[in-house]
Design a binder for this molecule. Structure first.
Ligand code: NAP
Length: 453
């Protein structure tokens, strides 16, 4: 079902029918024909449209923020900040896109040799609900800057965000066919990937969805970028600023109501400070205010769907059954809406399946490590490798973590965050490819060698 169901109340507010095959065909045609003219638009026009999109996002951030909160439950201030971040990405590519894709001379024995970056065509973006604007703009801004056209299959629970994003880009001046939202179900994606007019795909979401899109794209020899799950470690060593580490740990766990791929999920703390950390962390998690995501003083809003809450609760129960200690929370909150108590688990056995699973909600797992080597070993004992945060003022330890952790990102004395200037992505089952920065804009281009005698 493609619908807006307010997670704060559980009420269905709007439903949308999935597009018919004929409507999809019309949109595919438009994406294809538009690509052949849009790819020749002067750079200045693309940059102007991106600047205008940034302006619209900033001017109307409260309306868009409220829409995100209504559809998926993130707190209103964080939703407004998300609209601002999208504006930042649009501006970054407006200001830097031309430079990032300029011809690149490579000296050889030719009289002239260089690399030219050219757009590929219509790219399908399959996106998740958790950052309903940001996930889309971090694909759309570089893709449009590079001269590609985009087709968005957004998550079924954020249809109004999906429509709003296409509307913003059209009002900003991009032609209608440059970016289109397809309100379709997940089972309609495969056919799109088998259509010759879709030349590549990017998916942010779960492992099963990633596998399915990669399989279909692979069968058609089409490039994919996959941004999948994560179970980021947050490592605290004795030399860390303890108070800052604890307060950032709580923030890094409950950001976006706990539903962020780069939220810290496994807290690995050096033995000497473990007990003090556990106590302070548990106290802080218990003190969080769970409630209406529209209210200014709410720390944690509801989970996005009833199903997500059920799955999270099942994981917590399995952790306890396997021998994990429940230090806080562990219950669904009664009443309307999909609220869950901020929860802390400790000593979840490494032999239990949960140890290797992603917890997509406000549930933290704490672990004790003897030293930096054991912390790295625990951190790397995960199928995922997205982000990581390490807290130490010891420079040799910092170097050890930067080198030893298997992840797409290592943040030292800070929580993991995306930034339009830096690459974002993972290793292992967190996916492949990179978004943002120069790396993101060059994912969907033909890297053409030119050699002239
Ligand atoms: P999801 O169920 O995989 O959904 C993501 C998108 O994929 C939705 O548009 C969904 O459509 C679609 N989809 C689902 N199954 C599909 C299939 N078999 N074929 C094609 N499309 C399919 O993920 P989610 O629960 O919304 O998002 C949470 C996951 O995303 C977490 O694992 C999180 O860590 C990950 N994530 C990763 C990043 C990153 O950058 N690495 C960022 C954010 C989130 P429907 O809604 O219609 O099912």
């Amino acid at each position: 079902m493609i619908a807006t169901i307010n997670p704060a109340t559980g009420e269905t507010q709007r439903e949308f029918p999935a597009l018919s095959s004929a409507a999809i065909e019309a949109k595919l045609n438009l994406a294809w024909t538009t690509f052949h003219s849009y790819r020749h638009t002067p750079w200045a026009d693309r940059a102007r449209h991106l600047q205008k999109a940034a302006e619209i996002l900033e001017t109307e951030k409260r309306e868009y923020g409220a829409l995100m909160t209504t559809e998926m439950g993130k707190t209103l201030p964080s939703a407004i900040a998300e609209a601002e971040k999208c504006a930042w990405a649009c501006r970054y590519y407006a200001e830097n896109g031309e430079r990032l894709l300029a011809d690149e001379p490579v000296p050889t024995n030719a009289s002239r040799s260089f690399v030219r970056y050219q757009p590929l065509g219509p790219v399908l973006a399959v996106m998740p609900w958790n950052f309903p604007f940001w996930q889309v703009f971090r694909f759309a801004a570089p893709a449009l800057a590079a001269g590609n056209t985009g087709l968005l299959k957004h998550a079924s629970n954020v249809p109004q965000c999906a429509l709003a994003i296409a509307d913003i880009l059209h009002r900003a001046g991009f032609p209608e066919g440059a970016f289109q939202t397809l309100l379709i179900e997940a089972n309609q994606v495969d056919a799109l990937l088998h259509d010759d007019r879709v030349v590549a795909a990017t998916l942010t979401g779960s492992e099963p969805a990633g596998r399915s899109v990669a399989r279909a794209s692979g069968s058609q020899i089409k490039k994919t970028v996959l941004e999948l799950g994560g179970s980021d470690p947050f490592i605290v060593m004795p030399s860390a600023d303890f108070e800052e580490a604890v307060s950032t740990a709580v923030k890094a766990r409950v950001i976006n109501n706990g539903q962020s791929c780069i939220a810290a999920k496994r807290f690995i703390v050096a033995g000497g400070i473990y007990d003090a950390f556990e106590k302070r962390f548990v106290d802080r998690m218990r003190a969080l205010k769970v409630g209406d995501p529209m209210a200014a003083d709410t720390d944690v809003g509801p989970l996005a769907t009833s199903k997500i809450r059920d799955e999270l609760h099942d994981q917590v129960q399995r952790a306890v059954a396997a021998g994990g200690r429940l230090l806080a929370g562990g219950r669904k909150i009664d009443g309307p809406g999909f609220y869950y108590e901020p929860t802390v688990l400790a000593d979840v056995p490494r032999s239990s399946p949960l140890f290797h699973e992603e917890l997509f909600g406000p549930v933290a797992m704490l672990f004790r490590a003897r030293d930096a080597d054991e912390a790295i070993e625990l951190a790397n004992d995960s199928p995922f490798g997205l982000g990581s945060s390490v807290w130490t003022r010891d420079e040799s330890e910092q170097a050890k973590f930067v080198d030893g952790i298997e992840a797409g990102q290592v943040f030292v004395n800070a929580m993991v965050a995306s930034d339009p200037r830096l690459p974002f992505g993972g290793v292992k089952r967190s996916g492949y490819g990179r978004e943002l920065g120069v790396w993101g804009i060059r994912e969907f281009v033909n890297v053409k060698t030119v050699w002239c005698k």
